[in-house]
Ligand binder design. Sequence first.
Ligand code: NAD
Length: 257
Amino acid sequence: MRLKDKVALITGGSGGIGRETALLFAKEGAKIVVTDVNDEGGQATADEINAAGGEAFFIHSDVSKASDCEAAVAFTEEKFGKLNVIFNNAGIMHSDDDNAVTTEEAVWDLTMNINAKGVFLGCKYGIPALKRAGGGSIINTASFVAILGAATPQVAYTASKGAVLALTRELAIIHARENIRVNALCPGPLRTELLMKFLDTEEKKQRRLVHIPMGRFGEAKEMAYAALFLASDEASFVTGTDFLVDGGITSAYVTPV
Ligand code: NAD
């Protein structure tokens, strides 16, 4: 029960990392509010937690909309009386996101609005609630692509994740003496919907797998365990970090055969 008596708000909780994290946090004793734009999936996550004896609610919230983010925080405090952990996890990878020449401005704007502004808004409305609770932990989902370049480009996505890292670092410093920790989770390539819908051939998969020392994609659950550590009091001296959970990809020059 590493999150006993804590209340966590998790964005993008209908699938992938968000869903696995909501289920794990609940098992570890946290009360959960799940948000998403996918109402069916988000409600299913909350239902699964409640069916297992936990306590969870779903609220529709688009992280790129200030009023939705503000409402999600207010909803959490109304239902559970406080907020201790914020997991700003929702994100997209647009199918028309490519290099600088071919990527449309609208694709850039949409990606930045969800992936970067969405994290900013989660912090903007979440931090006052953490202060009211006496402190807490914020985990912002970035990516290994904020640290490594790739010849298979998604420039809007990459730039948005770089913004998440920089924002996270600065907020960590600003709030370091207020008992608020702010960390970025940097997943490697994962076997979730977000990436697998692009890697729809064996050739595309192999183009990536050759660079991953472990020779496989990561699992959403492996990110949930990392988020659990960052959320828990075990990470009480961890703030401002780019927490890489990437199968070794960012450490590799040549990978094993
Ligand atoms: P996913 O697509 O399974 O989950 C993302 C969730 O965010 C979905 O439930 C989706 O409905 C929700 N979402 C999308 N737009 C939203 C919005 N405007 N408001 C609220 N919710 C919204 O993907 P995932 O792999 O679980 O991704 C979670 C996070 O991890 C993302 O930020 C992603 O960029 C990041 N990430 C993923 C990988 C990977 O390889 N899958 C690698 C590094 C980082």
